[in-house]
Design a protein. Sequence first.
Length: 318
Amino acid sequence: MATEHLSSALRAPASSRPYPMANPGYGKRSAPDQQPRCSADFMLLPLRERHIAGFIDQLPDGAAMDVKGLAKQLPLYGQQAVGSALKALSVAGYLRRVRCLLTDEGGQVRWVFRTFWSRTARDNEWWGNLVGAARRQPTAVEPVVVQPVAPVVPQQRTPEPAPPVPEGDSPAYAALARLGRVDARLALSAADCAVLEPLAAEWFTRGVDADYLVQALVAGLPAGVDSPVGLVRRRLTDKIPPKLSAAPVPPAPGTPVRQMMMECTKCGVPGRAEALPDGLCRACRVPGREAQEAAVELPAERDVRTYVAGLRDLLKAP
């Protein structure tokens, strides 16, 4: 009975307090053709995954779906537990993470991160077809408030000279220099940034910006990083996004362009649906990886006391 009350409390967050919403275009997206809600939903899942699945299922479309945000709303679970649960829900067929490259009517390009959620568990083929269909369909253009523009008065003006750009301070170099400030485990020296700059610059030629690059490099870091420059070099090579078509078919006038790809639920590496079975990349599907990550966590206080007590008993023994 206590478990049922706990489950009900976790499954109804919206009525007690407003849940934070993601930026427009981001966050949760409900998958089509789901079965109606019933009391048997998620009953075959373990207790933790069942609670978190019930919580997510009640969230409205557009709700924030990042691990940190979910952990704040679920006091029983920390960020690592929430991340592990999302991975398990992805394997069970309830969710997939995707990223969309949107081009609106004004020609502005931006990456949008979304989490498709299905109350009904789906197999890899179904998810692959969903992402493929969404890739081919145009998206609705988000409303943009246009400010009135004063009439232009023809006149002769001398253009102001552009400020000088410091040597080496390219967008790629600046993004690499930011890594250590975002996560100290990836602190790079000036020489490291200069060596890695060509690899990072290649990302910018594929339509990404500095924020996207930094997020991709710091996502899912191991607990200890022995060689930041080596890890960043590997991720710049392995996680580079695909090239965009050099001569895309022009859409009809007024039709926004969208390109979509799936990404690993655990670490965020992008790829085609067939390369991410169960929503996971090859590295995150390695058995025992979570156990290795959990092994570096500090033990609970009671475990420490038990361990110290055992050491004392050994010292007292003849």
